[in-house]
Design a protein around this ligand. Structure first.
Ligand code: GLN
Length: 308
């Protein structure tokens, strides 16, 4: 198959782009090897292709938000989730301390405020961080097709320096959005962000979103169809934070990025994409990751607004 050769070109084409900065807010992320780069594709008929450093693991970070949103809908019901978390793009940075003026809800589940609220809806209001993360870890592992683990070093470091996210937790508690203990919700959210993945795991996970919630390899129905639609819609409008408009017009694939340098794309009916490179642009998205996705989208005609 010519696809692996092509994917190597996708990697090499993005390599010269050396701008951006590795996330520096915790030491474990700051010392990530910025030369690592990888890409993976997982098709809805169960084929997997990858190139570059496709075995290198990194923390899933904000990419988890998309999948945890799907789980919250499953555990709590869509109307109940919508009462707590909106679906409007915020145009703000991912860690902005903000709530919607009229309803007190976080704007959407892809910014931290919305993701912490979403996390608190997993299992139930009085669940512990361990119970929620156990549920999340099992579900993400089923999606990836292998047992995933929490990176304890990332978790400990994030927890030590969690003032901003704890602030978001207390803001949500004061607004009546989180019912249980806000510290427990933030701890669980941070643990959810600390799950380690490689690009092959992420592409596999994305491919289930492309396949109406049915895992392309195991054939198992994992995410209900209604949640898939909801998640892909919110990824389209909010997945790339304040770069969502540029992303959807240039690349045109529902996507979600994380601060460790991963990005997933999920094109319904076609292919799950994952890219990785640690250096981020000023909006928090992987610089080379965006370039790799641009190339994939234009070469393969993946823009969702194009006729295929
Ligand atoms: N753990 C990070 C945070 O909450 C995740 C954010 C991200 O990936 N953008 O700040």
């Amino acid at each position: 198959s010519p696809i692996p050769d092509y994917l190597r070109q996708v990697v090499e084409n993005a390599r010269p782009a050396d701008s951006g900065e590795v996330a520096g807010y915790i030491e474990v992320l700051a010392k990530a090897d910025a030369s690592k780069m990888a890409v993976a594709l997982a098709t809805v008929d169960g084929k997997m292709y990858s190139a570059g450093d496709d075995e290198v693991e990194f923390s899933i970070q904000s990419i988890s938000k998309a999948f945890v949103y799907a789980l919250a809908i499953q555990d709590t019901g869509l109307p109940q989730v919508l009462e707590k978390v909106g679906v409007e793009p915020s145009g703000d940075a991912f860690n902005k301390l903000s709530l919607q003026r009229s309803t007190n809800r976080p704007m959407n589940p892809m910014i931290n405020a919305g993701a912490i609220a979403t996390h608190s809806l997993i299992v139930g209001p009085n669940a512990t961080a361990e119970q929620r993360v156990d549920r999340i870890l099992k579900a993400l592992s089923r999606l990836a097709g292998r047992q995933l683990r929490v990176d304890e070093a990332v978790y400990e470091a994030e927890l030590k320096d969690a003032n901003r996210n704890m602030g978001l937790g207390y803001m949500l508690k004061a607004a009546g959005i989180i019912d249980g203990d806000p510290q427990e919700a933030v701890r669980g959210y941070i643990r959810q962000c600390s799950i380690n993945v490689n690009v092959r795991d992420l592409a596999m996970m994305a491919s289930t979103l492309c396949n109406a919630g049915v895992h392309p390899v195991s054939g198992e129905g994992i995410i209900p169809h209604q949640s898939v639609r909801q998640v892909l819609s919110v990824m389209t409008t909010c997945g790339m934070y304040d770069a969502a408009g540029d992303w959807v017009s240039n690349i045109g694939i529902p996507a979600k990025s994380g601060v460790a340098g991963g990005i997933i794309g999920a094109l319904p009916g076609q292919v799950g994409i994952a890219v990785f490179s640690p250096k981020l642009d000023e909006r928090g998205n992987s610089v080379r990751g965006v370039i790799m996705c641009e190339k994939l989208s234009s070469d393969m005609g993946l823009h969702m607004m194009d006729i295929s």
